[in-house]
Design a protein around this ligand. Sequence first.
Ligand code: EPU
Length: 454
Amino acid sequence: MGPNSNYPDPMAKDNTTQAWVVNPSGPLRGDVVVRGSKNAVTKHLVASMLGNSPSTISNSPEVGDVDITISMLEALGCEALKDEDNVTINPGPLSSSRVPMRFTGLNRIPILMVGPLLHRVGEAFVPMVGGDAIGARPIDFHVDALQKMGAEVTMTEDGLEAKARSLRGAHIELPYPSVGATETVLMTACLAEGRTVLDGAATEPEVIELALFLQRMGARIEMRPNRRFIIDGVEQLTGASHRLQGDRLEAFSYLVAGLITGGEIRVHGCRQERLVTAISTLYGMGAKFEITDSSVSAWADALQPTAVETDTHPGFMTDWQSPMVALFTQCEGLSVMYETVYEDRFTYVPALKRMGAQIEMYNTPLGSIQSRFVGAATPCSVVVRGGETLKGTQVEVPDIRGGFAYVLAAAAAEGTSTILGTHHLDRGYNHPIENFNEIGLDVKRVEVPTPPDT
Ligand code: EPU
């Protein structure tokens, strides 16, 4: 993965695989400091390509997605320097317009490089994007937006080829407030000729953080009510520095680690405003909080069941869904989770059932938001009968957040669990083993033979 990488190479082929062995150790208590958000850092690294001088991103988490993104930028000719939690990108003269095929399917970031590459070199190739297997995750909104701004885009077997002599502002209306497509538009429009009006934009905190970074680089971006951004293209952007805000997905996950084991975790580094809906949902279940300017801690005498539906910001975010379902397994009574953002985000549930959780899956929307996936073969809702004692077992991680749900369930279970496929967790969480050990969980990293069917 290059000299900057400390992430186990997901492309390395041998006959062993990383696993974690978890021994439940009672209530988890203590402090966790979360670093900058995984879903913001990589976008800031890509935005750095647009500057005419270096940019530095601080409070960067040590997660695999950072290493993968840095390696892609280096393959294009950017220079990257990691110094503790700072990453500096010198956008230099680019030596290539093509993200190499070896990055196929590793994460969602290559598609975000198309706009910046078109501005820098007039052409781009990016291999097929990947990321967690939580739905079809098409890139049609990105492609439509790039075409509206003047790019010629061709989909090939290997990925996406694009060309543009120049890019111009356009009126773009997203059919759904996609985080990634909003980021594509922001990063493409800020150097395009003329005005772009983006309607139906995502307003997730990580998206706003990117818009603010681009503004810091010299972009003319207005935020209007009702999901509208107005971007007036400028001739050039300069490098900028930014200290990332804390990761709200990690923060929530550790708060749940305390609650699910009957303990109490104090999370530092993620502001309350980023967790508002998580906190109000947990309050509704009977959790208690101590909230200060720099930390949030949660505990509970007993938790009541509830019904939750995932949504775009400021709703209950989809990435909080699997830790919450793990928590439902330990709340006496019936809880409901309805997933509305992705069509296949319950793939982790069968393994929880093998651990003894009582969960039924339904194709019927059990909530008020209209489903975008009518007729999908995959379940969109689950009903959890909480209160069962879970039993430790061997499970395999399907995606980052599902994987964390397994660790939570294993921490609350009786007996040892072995969790396979933990490279997903390394891709998304900053030093998770160290954090878990710090709050009292006995979890160790081991190498095990690759099971025959993986
Ligand atoms: N969509 C389309 N066409 C597109 C783009 C999106 O149909 O061209 C659909 C998706 O299939 C999905 C919905 O729109 O049903 C929302 O997808 P979005 O584009 O918002 O997701 P993303 O940008 O690919 C980011 C995060 C996800 C997070 C979502 C929603 C990154 C790298 N990933 O994905 O994070 O769940 O926004 O907030 O930023 C995670 O960290 O575990 C994770 C999956």
